[in-house]
Design a protein around this ligand. Structure first.
Ligand code: ZN
Length: 365
């Protein structure tokens, strides 16, 4: 028997004996927009009175992700999310198009997103955000546009998906602005959505879980995340093939008191979700699209953090947290649990997260 035959039969035996790595049926991507590691640290102390208390800080697989854009070290949400959901870096301001795009001038190569892969494979898909639902981070999941400010283009893309039947569950803010942007461009977004079998509704807590497709969009302002997330998972998990869900929470800390409180609320919703989903079948992935220039500069155990409500207030020396600038370029946390989570380790690129999700589902690019 030749060596290659021996090796061949060994490989065959190994293939029979070793179970294939379990694949994810569902993937939930939790995106803390501007939630850098220093912000997470401060949120843990602010919300729970101590360090390492956030659920994502307890996840078994962690890594650090670079967040740079193709032409800048400091990323905005458009380029940051494009890298995560398409596996390719682009310029700041560009939504899921390649670096051959001229921002606001010329379309570039359209990049296929994780959400589009999921639609192509017959999964259900969802997007939950507490900002305008056509803002850069959610838009990068379901649209391609040469400028994040091209609201009508993004809204049209939502209604005309390239794969499957498009986003199945959308929960977000920005109703009046979306109505105006679509009217200015000669269409009625919400009427068109209703024609595409979406149940267009207001509070997601009242969402009808029997409806297979849902659009719940609010006027500007915060809404409770946990019931929205529960309603979305109820709808999406009806699909026996599984689902992909992106959940974004704005963790910008221009107002540190508000930003950290939003992050704590996000953490609680993630913890609840982790307790509800089937751990063996669901990959939970947590990361940020870019960091933010927030620093812990004081405070002690047993005393609540003293937080400014403005950037300027942080410079006065009275507070334990200081915010000097805006977005920042250092690496952000990636944390994961569930099938495929073992690929989250070491220093990663933001584009690697695309591969983590595709691999978890067992798909090729
Ligand atoms: Zn962002």
């Amino acid at each position: 028997m030749t060596l290659s035959l021996r090796l061949g039969s060994f490989a065959l035996a190994a293939a029979i004996l070793l179970p294939a790595a379990p694949k994810a049926k569902n993937v939930i991507l939790f995106l803390a927009d501007a939630g850098g590691t220093s912000t997470l640290h401060a949120a843990s102390i602010h919300g729970y009175g101590g360090t390492r208390k956030l659920f994502e800080q307890s996840m078994p697989h962690i890594g650090l992700s670079d967040t740079s854009a193709s032409s800048a070290w400091v990323s905005d949400s458009a380029a940051g999310m494009t890298a995560i959901v398409t596996g390719a870096k682009t310029h700041n301001g560009v939504i899921s198009m390649g670096p051959d795009t001229g921002r606001g001038k010329q379309d570039g190569t359209k990049l296929k997103t994780i959400l589009e892969y999921a639609e192509e494979h017959g999964l259900s898909t969802g997007v939950i955000i507490n900002v305008a639902f056509y803002d850069a981070t959610p838009a990068a999941c379901y649209a391609q546009a040469n400028d994040r400010r091209a609201a009508a283009t993004i809204l049209k893309a939502f209604l005309t998906p390239h794969f499957g039947d498009g986003v199945d569950v959308l929960i977000g803010s920005g109703r009046p602005a979306a109505a105006k942007a679509s009217a200015d461009a000669g269409f009625d977004f919400f009427a068109e959505a209703a024609k595409k079998c979406y149940k267009v509704t207001d509070p997601p807590a009242a969402a009808d879980a029997r409806s297979p497709r849902l659009v719940a969009v609010f006027a500007p302002g915060p809404f409770a995340l946990a019931p929205a997330l529960q309603a979305a998972i109820d709808v999406l998990s009806k699909n026996p093939k599984g689902y992909f869900l992106m959940v974004e929470r704005d963790a910008h800390t221009d107002n540190p008191a508000n930003g950290l409180s939003r992050l704590v609320e996000f953490d609680k919703a993630i913890r609840e979700t982790a307790a509800r989903v089937d751990k063996k079948k669901t990959l939970l992935l947590f990361t940020a699209d870019h960091s933010f220039d927030l620093r812990m500069i004081g405070g002690k155990p047993g005393t609540p953090l003293s937080l400014p409500s403005t950037k300027e207030g942080g410079a006065s020396g009275k507070f334990n947290v200081r915010v000097n600038g805006s977005h920042a370029a250092e690496e952000v946390l990636v944390a994961a649990q569930g099938p495929g989570a073992e690929r989250v380790k070491g220093y990663l690129d933001n584009t690697d997260l695309f591969g983590v999700v595709l691999n978890a589902f067992g798909w090729k690019r």
